[in-house]
Design a protein around this ligand. Structure first.
Ligand code: FES
Length: 121
């Protein structure tokens, strides 16, 4: 992962469209697991699940201020390492306590090995 990316991947952004960021390549991600990138000052966990699908979610657990990217990926969920809440990587919702609020889910697009992320609002 490049670590930070403040520049959008594309040139001019048409009005009404969100910026898309090139965040790295598939080779830079663990076979199953996550990495953190900063996009416009926002920490985002880019995560490859057990089926090989790449997701992007806000990195900060909604229960406390810890990195979800450091958690264990199980299927298409990621488990917060501190208290064990599992978050669905598809919709960001916690599947177990103590977290009760979802994390934001960002749009991912692959172009060959390149991973692009468009931030949710
Ligand atoms: S900090 Fe994530 S579940 Fe408590």
């Amino acid at each position: 992962m490049a670590g930070t990316s403040d520049a959008p991947a594309t040139g001019a952004i048409p009005a009404g469209q969100a910026e898309e960021y090139l965040v790295g390549t598939l080779e830079e991600l663990p076979a199953v697991g996550g990495a953190v990138v900063e996009l416009g000052g926002r920490r985002v966990a880019v995560v490859r699940d057990s089926a090989g699908t790449v997701h992007a979610i806000d990195d900060t657990c909604t229960h406390a201020n810890v990195s979800l990217a450091e958690g264990e990926v199980i299927g298409d969920t990621i488990e917060c390492w501190l208290h064990g809440s599992e978050f669905d990587l598809n919709d960001g919702y916690p599947l177990s306590l103590p977290a009760t609020k979802p994390v934001a889910v960002h749009r991912v697009r692959l172009d060959g090995p390149s991973i692009y992320v468009t931030l949710a609002d």
